[in-house]
Design a protein around this ligand. Structure first.
Ligand code: 8YV
Length: 315
């Protein structure tokens, strides 16, 4: 039987490319010079799309594949997939939850520590001879025992909170409602109130049109000149213009960010700030987790094309 035709939206690690190519007739969208012409020609043959969390699949792309059956997302976030377009044609959508939770939480907590203790600057202080020539590195702020807010207590938010308990932090959270199993965590529904009582505010909620700019000017002002915002979710959850203004004016103490509007081409204003820690969307970026994500992408495709239940369906 002919291999099903798959449209691959962005690159994967080599081990995933090889495994995908073994079972599918894979066409690399990201390498096409004229993407419109490429889709116009290939579209009718495409039965599946393999994409990444931040790349998704938009309506135009979905509409140019009239025989599309499934979109398999390498990532837990599926906000970049046009779900309405998928529902209209009963196109299945899958993601890769759970396997990345602990790595994403690890990076969020590492970003808090790195930012608060000035570890990047301290590394430079050693390398550029400042330690020998200028003396002691400037003192930084402690993390343990301080107040943390977790905006969005889903799988990743829970994993962050679990880790923060180990730093004896005073933890509160905001979510769609109070969670029965959030022992020891205070529920504060209003993001502004949550930010006001937080030294560190973690943004861990799944992005959707409803959460767009949930971290707005008011939330940022409530976090204040001593507060630090840590975003390991999606850029769309934060009003980036308001964030930049607050970071530039000192209205916000600092930010540690793994996600950006228009990434990977981020706003150059971030580069001029010394109160930010910038990461290139790597929260799930370990070999172990990425291998598990790639496997799950293929498991979902394999299940679909053999008529089995999907392991991790979104739609
Ligand atoms: C990316 C992510 O998919 O899980 C998500 O939603 O954004 C990430 O894991 C990853 O960077 C691969 O592109």
């Amino acid at each position: 039987m002919a291999k099903p035709c798959i449209l691959q939206i962005g690159p994967y690690p080599q081990w995933d490319e090889e495994a995908l190519n073994a079972f599918y007739d894979v066409h690399r969208y990201f390498e096409a010079q004229d993407k419109g012409a490429f889709l116009h020609k290939l579209g009718p043959a495409v039965r599946g799309i393999a994409t990444r969390g931040e790349l998704g699949a938009n309506r135009a792309m979905i509409e140019s594949c009239p025989n599309l059956e499934i979109i398999s997302v390498y990532g837990v976030g599926f906000d970049a997939v046009d779900l309405a377009a998928c529902r209209e044609r009963s196109i299945r959508v899958t993601n890769t939850p759970d396997v990345l939770t602990n790595d994403v939480a690890d990076l969020g907590v590492a970003m808090m520590l790195c930012h608060s203790r000035g570890m990047i600057g301290a590394d430079t202080w050693v390398r550029d001879g400042s330690w020998a020539n200028k003396g002691l590195y400037p003192l930084k702020s402690r993390v343990w025992g301080r107040r943390a807010g977790v905006l969005g207590l889903g799988r990743i938010g829970f994993a962050v909170a679990r880790r923060l308990k180990g730093f004896d932090m005073d933890i509160a959270y905001s979510s769609v409602g109070p969670k029965a199993d959030a022992t020891g965590l205070e529920f504060i529904a209003d993001p502004v109130a949550l930010a006001r009582r937080s030294d560190f505010l973690f943004v861990t909620l799944a992005a959707s049109p409803a959460t767009r700019h949930i971290v707005n000017r008011e939330v940022i002002a409530a976090l204040g000149p001593q507060g630090v915002l840590i975003n390991i979710s999606r850029a769309s959850n934060v009003d980036e213009e308001a964030l930049l203004e607050a970071l530039e004016s000192g209205g916000l103490g600092g930010a540690a960010l793994d996600v950006f509007e228009g990434e990977p081409k981020i706003n150059p204003r971030f580069m001029k700030l010394d109160n930010v820690l910038l990461q290139p969307h790597v929260a799930s970026g370990t070999v172990e987790t990425r291998k598990a994500m790639g496997q799950l992408v293929r498991d979902n495709l394999a299940a679909h094309f053999s008529g089995q239940p999907l392991p991790t369906p979104v739609l």
